[in-house]
Design a protein around this ligand. Structure first.
Ligand code: CAA
Length: 240
C-alpha cells in the first residue's frame, strides 16, 4: 500500500524539494504552507501534490488540518516537520516578539505538527518522524539566539520521541542542513553570505535536493534501525 507523507512548509525551499522527492519515491504527499497562495497553487498545478494552508504555530489549526489531510488522502505514515522562519537580530536588539514568533513557529510548531499524528502512528505500529533542524542549532549563530534555540530544541524532541516510539515501530530523526541555496539564505546580506560561504570547506551552498535525498532515506524501510539520529548535511562546515 502506498504510504502517505506530510511535509510542513512543503511548497517552497527545502520543503518543496522534499515534497517532490517523496512523490518521486512513490509516496502520496501532502504539503502545507502558511501564506503564499500563489506559489502553493503553482506548485500543486505543476506537481499534482495537494497543498493545505494552516499556521503550524496554532495547535487547533494544525490538528484540524491534519484531520482533513487524513480524511482526504489517508493516514499519515511519514511526517516531515520542516516549516520554519527566521527573525534575525543581534541579541541586544532582539524584541520579545521576535523571540516569540520564532519559538512559536519553529519549536512549538514541531510539537503541533507531530502531536496530532503520533497516536495514529502508535496504533498502526509504523511511523517516520523527520525534523528539519539546522547547523545553527548545533553551533549557534550571530543574530540567531531565537532560531538557534528552536533548532537545538528540535534535537531534544527527536531524541525523546525516538525512545518513546521505538517499540511502536516509529523512528524519529533530525537533519541539520548547513547553508542551503534557498530564499531564506539568499535573504542574508550578500557580504555576510559571502563570508559564510568562505567558512564552508565544500566552497558552496548546499542544494535543497541534497536534504531531500536524506529525508527519502530516513523515510524508507531501509532506515528502520536509524532512530534518534542527527544527520549533518553541511559541506564540512561544522562537526558535532
Ligand atoms: N559574526 C560576527 N559579527 C557579525 C556577524 C557575524 N556572523 N554578522 C554581523 N556581524 C557584525 C557586523 O560586522 C557589524 O559589526 P560592526 O558594528 O562592528 O560593523 C554588526 O555585527 C552588525 O550590527 P548591527 O547592529 O548593524 O546589526 P543589524 O541590526 O543591522 O543586524 C544582521 C544585521 C541581522 C546581524 C545581519 O548581519 C544578518 O542577517 N546576519 C546573518 C545572520 C545569519 O547568518 N542568519 C542565518 C540565516 S539562514 C538560516 O538561518 C538557515 C539555516 O538554518 C542555516
Amino acid at each position: 500500500m502506498t504510504r502517505t507523507a506530510l511535509v510542513t512548509g512543503g511548497s517552497r525551499g527545502i520543503g518543496e524539494a522534499i515534497s517532490r522527492k517523496l512523490k518521486a519515491e512513490g509516496y502520496t504527499v501532502a504539503a502545507t504552507y502558511a501564506g503564499n497562495d500563489e506559489k502553493a497553487a503553482a506548485f500543486t498545478a505543476e506537481t499534482g501534490i495537494k497543498t493545505y494552508k494552516w499556521n503550524v504555530a496554532d495547535y487547533e489549526a494544525s490538528a484540524a488540518g491534519i484531520a482533513q489531510v487524513e480524511t482526504e488522502i489517508g493516514s499519515i505514515d511519514i511526517v516531515v516537520a520542516n516549516a520554519g522562519i527566521t527573525c534575525d537580530a543581534p541579541f541586544h536588539k532582539m524584541t520579545p516578539q521576535q523571540w516569540k514568533d520564532v519559538i512559536d513557529t519553529n519549536l512549538t510548531g514541531v510539537f503541533n505538527t507531530i502531536h496530532p499524528i503520533w497516536p495514529g502512528m502508535r496504533e498502526r505500529k509504523f511511523g517516520r518522524v523527520i525534523v528539519i533542524s539546522s547547523i545553527n542549532g548545533q553551533k549557534g549563530q550571530f543574530a540567531q539566539a531565537n532560531y538557534a534555540a528552536t533548532k537545538a530544541g528540535d534535537l531534544g524532541i527527536v531524541k525523546s520521541l525516538a525512545q518513546e516510539g521505538a517499540r511502536a515501530g516509529i523512528t524519529a530523526n533530525a537533519i541539520c542542513p548547513g547553508y542551503i541555496a534557498t530564499e531564506m539564505v539568499m535573504a542574508v546580506p550578500e557580504k555576510v553570505r559571502e563570508a559564510i560561504i568562505g567558512q564552508i570547506p565544500a566552497g558552496r551552498l548546499g542544494e535543497p535536493d541534497e536534504i531531500a535525498r536524506c529525508v527519502a532515506f530516513l523515510a524508507s524501510d531501509d532506515a528502520g534501525f536509524v532512530n534518534g539520529s542527527t544527520i549533518s548535511v553541511n559541506g564540512a562546515q561544522f562537526f558535532v
